[in-house]
Design a protein around this ligand. Structure first.
Ligand code: C5P
Length: 237
């Protein structure tokens, strides 16, 4: 076995729902709602790439082997909190807000192209949640992380719409933002995520494709809830 081959971690009898798609497609809000509704664990896999990105910025790490080490030893936890939300912790510190910064997102898409980082985080993702049913969102959760997922969804929306949503989200937090700048950065990030050699952003062949451009958040949540309902109803554990 080569060093980069990830440890084999069986799916077991739990349900795994994998939701992929580009930034701003609504994955996070939809997955949180579905997790709360069905009592599933939830992992926002982007936050672990952002965690590695933040550590690499803080410590000036750019060498690929070293980045792999950072990912393998990252003291990261994604905890459910009292208000029904989830917060990200690095070495016990709540870094949720810092992880959402645009500079961290940009750096995340660079470190995410490093094979050593992806290999280390693959193990993290397959272990996550133990025996609990889980919904996870990202770029390759249905293609690489959980090719054996029970349900796969690929969510998308037009670039304009995704940029509009992100701009509104940032404005809601009191940040001054330029729609055009957000749109251009998003397009750049999409291109990097789609064209990288390792685990590029792509829909699994057996994924349910949902375009949320013309859907409200409630309608988008509803369409995924229906799919999970069918899964859980059809196949009791
Ligand atoms: O989804 P989010 O914007 O938080 O992800 C940040 C970056 O992390 C993405 O642009 C992508 O490059 C990377 N990522 C990934 N695989 C995942 C989740 C995120 O490559 N499963």
């Amino acid at each position: 076995m080569s060093e980069q081959q990830p440890e084999q971690i069986a799916k077991g009898s739990r349900y795994v729902v994998a939701v992929d798609g580009p930034a701003g497609a609504g994955k996070g809000a939809i997955c949180r709602a579905v997790a709360a509704r069905f009592g599933f664990s939830y992992l926002d896999t982007g936050s672990i790439y952002r965690g590695v990105a933040l550590l690499s910025l803080q410590n000036g790490v750019s060498d690929e082997e070293e980045l792999g080490e950072v990912a393998a030893n990252m003291p990261f936890e994604f905890r459910a909190v009292a208000d029904g939300g989830f917060r990200a912790f690095l070495a016990g510190n709540d870094v949720s807000a810092t992880l959402r910064e645009e500079r961290v997102g940009r750096q995340a898409s660079h470190v995410a192209a490093v094979p050593q980082v992806r290999a280390a985080l693959l193990t993290f993702q397959r272990r996550y949640g133990g025996d609990n049913n889980i919904i996870l969102d990202g770029r390759d959760t249905g293609t690489v992380v959980w090719p054996d997922a029970d349900l796969k969804v690929f969510l998308t929306a037009s670039l304009e719409e995704r940029a509009k949503r992100r701009a509104l989200e940032l404005q809601g937090k009191g940040e001054t933002v330029s729609f055009h700048k957000i749109r251009d950065m998003m397009a750049e990030r999409d291109a990097r995520d789609e064209s990288r050699t390792h685990a590029p952003l792509a829909s699994a062949k057996d994924a349910h494709f949902i375009d949320t451009t013309l859907l409200t958040l409630e309608q988008s949540i509803d369409s995924v809830v229906k799919l999970v309902d069918k899964l859980v109803g059809n196949r009791p554990r």
